[in-house]
Design a protein around this ligand. Structure first.
Ligand code: DON
Length: 305
């Protein structure tokens, strides 16, 4: 594979998409990010091989909902299939922060990637570890090999000040008897998890266990092969929210997006890819990231289909 040519073609293709969208506006720390930034990293499934990247691939950004993939993996590793009684595995077809859907469905979130589902997962991780946000940060440091990964306090405090809808979701979950820990504690851990600042390189490497069918970077097992398959499957049907169908149609890979502009995509057995482009479409997915991954799968033929 000629990565230099591939990166050039992708960088060219994303240019119109960089301005075809809007940077997340709900907190000042995200609203002030320059929309023209773009980065992409490819981490081989074999962690001894070199991670390649282009553009702003070493520039940290707010991981936001990308955290949901990793908290899900940590809880699934401990709870196994029992987790799926607390949270569903179906596409949402609704915005990621929908209260109406959660109420209609008696407090069982559609999947772990809508906010309500992630709150249930964080609640479980808090019970299992006593420190959900610390467990997540430590896992990301170890898997990426970067001990400097840390939270962004400004983002975390800002999330918390503007977190009325997440608070409403958490209280609705609690009212349905779906949470084990106090709502303020769960919200606090959730906001700090979302605030982690990471770059494309470290995110692609940290997600490597999904390309290795559940094996961590040191070759110990985090998830069974089926559990890794299940996370990839849920990413495919819900990782890009109510645009998951469109994303599968264009890209054909399991992927997870965040409103910081990041997308992680998995090519099982081969590699993980992380893109960053801060401008978002109306579903909350990075316009440059989708275009980059669309171009990548078209040029390489690396799709799961
Ligand atoms: O819960 C929130 O609203 C944000 N902290 C994270 C949302 C997010 O990234 C959803 N993604 N597309």
């Amino acid at each position: 594979m000629d990565y230099r040519m591939l990166f050039e073609d992708i960088t060219h293709a994303v240019q119109p998409a960089l301005t075809d969208g809007r940077v997340a506006q709900y907190i000042p720390a995200l609203a002030s990010v320059d929309p023209s930034r773009f980065g992409l990293a490819i981490a081989e499934a074999n962690p001894r091989l070199k991670t390649r990247g282009t553009g702003d691939w070493r520039e940290p950004f707010s991981i936001q909902s990308l955290s949901k993939v990793f908290t899900l993996a940590l809880v699934l590793a401990a709870d196994g299939d029992a987790l799926w009684t607390r949270v569903g595995k179906e596409p949402s077809g609704s915005p990621f922060n929908s209260l109406a859907q959660l109420e209609r469905e008696q407090g069982i979130p559609r999947n772990p990637f809508v906010n309500a589902g992630a709150l249930v997962v964080t609640d479980r991780l808090l019970t299992l570890t006593g420190d959900a946000r610390g467990a997540l940060r430590d896992f990301l440091r170890t898997e990426s090999g970067n001990p400097r990964i840390d939270f962004d306090a400004e983002v975390a405090f800002s999330e918390s000040r503007h977190g009325h809808r997440n608070a409403a979701l958490a209280h609705l979950l609690a009212d349905h008897g779906r949470l084990d820990n106090p709502v303020p504690d769960i919200l606090d851990h959730y906001f700090w998890q979302c605030s982690l600042a990471m770059n494309c390189r470290d995110l692609a490497r940290a997600a490597g266990f999904l390309a290795r069918h559940g094996l961590r970077a040191d070759a110990t097992r985090l998830l069974t092969r089926s559990e890794a398959k299940r996370i990839n499957a849920v990413m495919l049907i819900g990782g890009t929210y109510d645009a998951a169908g469109e994303f599968a149609h264009r890209v054909g890979l399991p992927a997870k997006s965040g409103v910081g502009g990041g997308i992680i995509a998995v090519i099982p057995g081969r590699c993980t890819v992380c893109t960053w482009g801060p401008a978002l479409d109306r579903h909350g997915n990075s316009t440059a990231g989708i275009t980059a991954l669309d171009t990548l799968t078209t040029l390489t033929g690396w799709s799961i289909f």
